[in-house]
Design a protein around this ligand. Structure first.
Ligand SMILES: *Cc1c(COP(=O)(O)O)cnc(C)c1O
Length: 504
């Protein structure tokens, strides 16, 4: 590779560059060929030479100058490192080749970090994949809110300033039977806010069996500490009676709290006080009763064969002063924490300075309102909220879908697949012990290991995430949207047929 190889002069028509490169070449020639041979690092052009090349100049239309310069430096550093480590460079490595590598580096580095994923895990509420997908009308409402103006804090009737909470207050009240409601960013924030605004400096009694960790460092004792309320744990892990709560009451007690053990179950010899008992005790002793129900079911999930999932309306009916739940678990809306209950308590909560820090933005509110409105008709909620559709998907429908897709996948050379029964879980800290029967496609590529296949699918476009089980990649179509099926086949086809892992 004398004088950086033929490629430089091969461009011919690019006169200016050719002239420029020629000078450079003469210059290196002056140093002598011997020098080039003894120092292979000299095979590489200087940063400026790469920068001046037409291919890199073209990149400057799309990318900022300093970003391109940095990428050229990094690419050359990388190549130098390879040479120093005694690796031979893929030949030829002229300015144009380097320019091409720089372009690929930039496209890779500057592509969006958040990308669409086809969720083939079958886990409906997959925390790592963004939990609940929202309904079309909700996504549409968020889109409209995002790209324009709306009456977020303006009463259109009077022209006066209003609260952003008004948009959802009435819907939550209607759907849960509560007097009022307010919304913050998530249920963790809702818990902190409620405890801080109503119980700071005083004690809150909770059963030892309910001191849960939800994940991502949401631990009831820590949340309590942050809020400034004092945790008073009663009972034992498996047994807590109403008498245990009563005995723990002092003049410092502010509330009795029940926390739904969303992501685990205690079975066997167990007992816990019912919400009705807590309400009776709270009334008698003048204490608040706070019910953190977690997943925010607005309908009875026993229709899907799931048990023990508390419904917000039932908690209010049982007399809880406040009920807290997430917007993006079983409710199927955007990430949010909903606090429903007594009007006067909601007013106190909304006066807390943290309310401002925890408040939701206009897109979330718009999406949440649209989601809640779907629940005005249960049939509508069941047919339009993706999570509910997925949970309610008939096993025969699922099997037909899997067989249809498997037939397409069998056309792919080097791939074998099989439709099978399996078990799935809801995920997202909901219904932990309640397995769902499901139908999956197991795929195996002759040339590619299961781990490698899973990796290729993950880094592909669109990204596909499945489950790995017993050396096979398992795809559960329950969580794959109908509109994604063609893309899914194509993604698998390119992952299997690539000889090399794809360059993203
Ligand atoms: C999930 C959950 C939370 C946390 O809700 P986020 O919306 O994830 O902040 C709190 N409490 C219970 C009981 C939960 O299930």
């Amino acid at each position: 590779m004398v004088c950086f190889g033929r490629q430089i002069f091969g461009t011919g028509t690019r006169n200016v560059y050719a002239a420029f490169q020629k000078t450079k070449c003469l210059h290196s020639g002056f140093l002598g060929h011997g020098d080039m041979k003894t120092n292979p690092l000299r095979q590489l052009p200087a940063v400026n030479e790469v920068l001046e090349s037409p291919d890199v100049q073209a990149l400057l239309v799309e990318f900022a100058h300093d970003v391109v310069v940095a990428a050229v430096r990094e690419e050359l550093d990388e190549l130098r490192k390879q040479i120093r480590q005694g690796q031979s460079l893929p030949q030829p490595m002229g300015v144009e080749d380097i320019a091409d590598r720089v372009r690929r580096r930039l496209v890779h580095e500057l592509s969006p970090k958040l990308r669409s994923v086809i969720n083939a895990t079958g886990i409906v509420l997959h925390t790592n994949l963004g939990r609940a997908p929202i309904a079309e009308p909700a996504a549409q409402a968020a889109y409209e809110a995002a790209r324009g103006y709306l009456n977020l804090e303006l009463d259109l009737e009077t022209g006066k300033r209003s609260s952003r909470q008004n948009a959802i207050r009435e819907w939550v009240a209607r759907l849960t039977g509560a007097e009022s409601a307010t919304v913050v960013n998530n249920n963790a924030a809702a818990t902190v806010l409620v405890l801080r605004s109503l119980c700071a400096g005083r004690e809150v009694i909770i059963s030892r069996g309910q001191l849960i960790e939800i994940g991502g460092s949401f631990r009831i004792p820590e949340i309590m500490a942050v809020s400034g309320a004092t945790l008073r744990e009663v009972g034992t892990t498996n047994i807590t009676r109403i008498a245990d709560y009563e005995r723990a009451i002092t003049d410092r007690t502010a509330a009795l709290m029940q926390v739904h053990t969303s992501n685990y179950r205690i079975s066997g010899f167990t007992k816990s006080a019912s919400l009705a008992e807590l309400v009776e005790l709270g009334k008698r002793r003048g204490l608040l009763v706070i019910d953190d129900i977690g997943s925010g079911a607005l309908i009875d999930f026993s229709r899907f064969g799931f048990e023990h999932e508390p419904v917000a309306r039932d908690s209010i009916a049982a007399g809880a002063d406040l009920v807290l739940f997430s917007g993006d678990k079983l409710l199927g809306g955007p990430q949010a924490g909903i606090i429903a209950g007594k009007k006067q308590l909601i007013q106190t909560i909304e006066k807390d300075p943290l309310m401002r820090a925890f408040r939701t933005d206009k897109m979330t509110l718009a999406a949440l309102e649209a989601t809640l409105r779907l629940y005005l008709s249960e049939a509508q909620a069941l047919s339009q909220i993706p999570g509910l559709c997925m949970l309610g998907m008939d096993l025969n429908v699922l099997r037909k879908r899997a067989e249809r897709l498997a037939a397409q996948l069998r056309q792919i050379k080097g791939l074998s697949c099989q439709v099978n029964h399996d078990i799935a879980y809801v995920g997202g800290g909901s219904l932990p012990d309640q397995a769902m029967k499901t139908v999956v496609i197991e795929i195996e590529a002759r040339q590619v290991s299961d781990g490698e296949l899973a990796h290729r699918l993950r880094i592909g476009t669109p990204s596909v995430v499945g489950r790995l089980r017993d050396g096979k990649l398992v795809l559960d179509l329950r969580t794959v949207f109908e509109r994604q099926l063609t893309e899914l086949v194509e993604a698998i086809r390119s992952a299997v047929s690539l000889a090399e892992p794809p360059q993203p």
